[in-house]
Design a protein around this ligand. Structure first.
Ligand code: NAD
Length: 481
């Protein structure tokens, strides 16, 4: 099954007949083989999605009927949590308990959008009064059309769920392209769709590489919307491709999120949230708080405590017990992070701990938890996304300075502030130019609230009602009496 694509409700070989290996980054060895789709497969999948949209039945079902199918999908995924979590560990390298959270969140996402669809029927069409007695108007929400969903490798099944669940709930049809680095769990969506009775063509899945699948998908004239999560350079290419036929896009891109810690904070709480904010998922998190600004009085004590905690972090294979830092997703990313660490050393920043691959792990792509302090603010490690377990920490002397430094970035995805003074937290939160601000924590993500970035971190919002309406068109129907 795995060397197949899911197109129009069928498992089919790619037109080229080609496959590629999937590597387990924890072992550095291949563990599966999947189909290598190309432009011809993209065309077949998009046409299937187009037919399923134009001829139905999926977009023509009621919101409640679609909600029921999504609920079934949630239950089917829930039945397979253990298997899917293990598959995510082998695909991505993350520790098993973190993979389980991901899959539990996938189930929660399908349940949430099932609820939203079921509750939306009464809101689909709303009267709006216009300034003329002989006219009446109503505004109706309708599914947007065919969606190309292109996702990254850091939370493979979950990033797909954030797009597939609301898009299907809204009545759209989807062509899903997982990352070539982590294609395994995306394929399971095909099995789930079949078992839940999703009509043929409503969800199509293509494994393959960015230029061979993602590019033709974002250029295809029959696609109405491209929903993308990934890096800024790829997002920019997708925006250019989508401009050709004025497609709708949503872009969830990178970040270099700041974490401001005031000296009145509890030291242990600060240590805990900084550690989670950067080392969760090996730091391969778009919103990772990778730039920490600490009020000077707390700076050295905090660095000391953090470095002691880093020394205790168990690094190893994601399936092994008590592992907190799993493998980096692949060799290329491992090399990229090591190069960033080298550039950090050359910049004159102080390497507080970490900075290399752990000596005790001979196979797979592992890295120590790494802290840089006293980082020049023009150094690339301070400015650019590393997407690995590397945090940069600098001191500050005033609230205004902290806010200025935090906002001095081309990104604006996440940000965090910690202080016992809640008025100050609110003031700083309002001043931060970011789409997601955490107070006295970093990273907790709730499906009810919008997710997305300012500046180069993206366009549009996922999750909550915002992430549902992103897959709806708005139509006015005006009558003359
Ligand atoms: P990437 O941009 O390299 O790849 C993402 C996806 O795009 C993959 O499926 C890839 O095959 C595809 N792709 C590559 N070239 C393409 C092209 N020319 N046209 C269309 N598709 C193409 O990103 P990645 O390395 O997989 O993921 C890491 C990046 O994702 C980081 O920058 C991270 O910050 C970002 N990210 C953002 C969020 C968010 O919610 N904002 C969440 C997770 C990851």
């Amino acid at each position: 099954m795995t060397a197949r694509l899911f197109i129009d409700g069928q498992w089919v070989a790619p037109v080229s007949g080609e496959t590629f290996d999937v590597i387990d980054p924890g072992k550095g060895k291949p563990f599966a083989e999947v189909a290598r789709a190309g432009a011809a497969d993209v065309d077949l999948a998009v046409k299937a999605a187009r037919r399923a949209f134009d001829e139905g039945p999926w977009p023509k079902l009621s919101f409640a009927e679609r909600g029921a199918v999504l609920r079934k999908m949630a239950a089917l995924i829930s039945d397979r949590i253990d298997e899917l979590a293990e598959l995510e560990v082998r695909d991505n390298g993350k520790p098993l308990p973190e993979a389980r959270w991901d899959i539990e969140d996938v189930v929660g996402c399908f349940e949430y959008y099932a609820d939203m669809a079921e509750g939306f029927a009464s809101e689909q069409s709303q009267p709006v009064s216009v300034g003329a007695d002989d006219f009446t108007s109503r505004v109706r929400k309708e599914p947007l059309g065919v969606v190309g969903a292109i996702v990254p490798w850091n939370f493979p099944m979950l990033m797909a769920a954030w797009k597939v669940a609301p898009a299907l709930a809204a009545g759209c049809t989807v062509v899903l392209k997982p990352s070539e680095v982590t294609p395994m769990t995306a394929l399971v969506y095909g099995e789930i769709a079949e078992a839940a009775g999703l009509p043929a063509g409503a969800l199509n899945i293509l494994t393959g590489f960015g230029p061979e699948v993602g590019a033709p998908l974002s250029e295809h004239p029959l696609v109405d919307k491209v929903a993308f999560t990934g890096s800024v350079p790829t997002g920019s290419k997708i925006m250019q491709a989508a401009a050709q036929d004025v497609k709708t896009i949503s872009l969830e891109l990178g970040g270099k999120s700041p974490f401001i810690v005031f000296a009145d904070s509890d030291l242990e709480a600060a240590v805990e949230w900084i550690m989670f904010g950067i080392f969760w998922n090996q730091g391969e998190v778009c919103s990772a708080t990778s730039r920490v600004l600490v009020e000077r009085e707390m700076y050295e004590p905090l660095l000391e405590r953090l470095s002691a905690e880093c020394a205790k972090l168990k690094i190893g294979y994601g399936m092994d017990e008590d592992v907190l830092l799993g493998a980096i997703v692949n060799e290329a990313q491992h090399r990229k992070i090591l190069a960033a660490i080298e550039s950090g050393k050359e910049s004159g920043a102080r390497l507080v701990c970490g900075g290399k691959a752990p000596a005790h792990l001979s196979e797979g792509y592992y890295l120590e938890a790494t802290i840089f302090a006293d980082v020049p603010t023009d150094a690339s490690i301070w400015k650019e996304e590393i997407f690995g377990p590397v945090v940069c920490i600098n001191p500050f002397d005033s609230e205004a300075e902290a806010l200025r430094e935090a906002n001095d970035s081309e990104f604006g995805l996440g940000a965090a502030v910690m202080s016992k003074d809640l008025e100050r937290c609110d003031r700083v939160a309002e001043g931060l130019r970011a789409g997601i601000v955490w107070i006295n924590c970093s990273q907790p993500t709730f499906i009810e609230v919008p997710w997305g970035g300012y500046k180069r971190s993206g366009i549009g919002r996922e999750l909550g009602r915002w992430g549902f309406e992103a897959y709806l068109e708005t139509k006015q129907i005006t009558s003359y009496h």
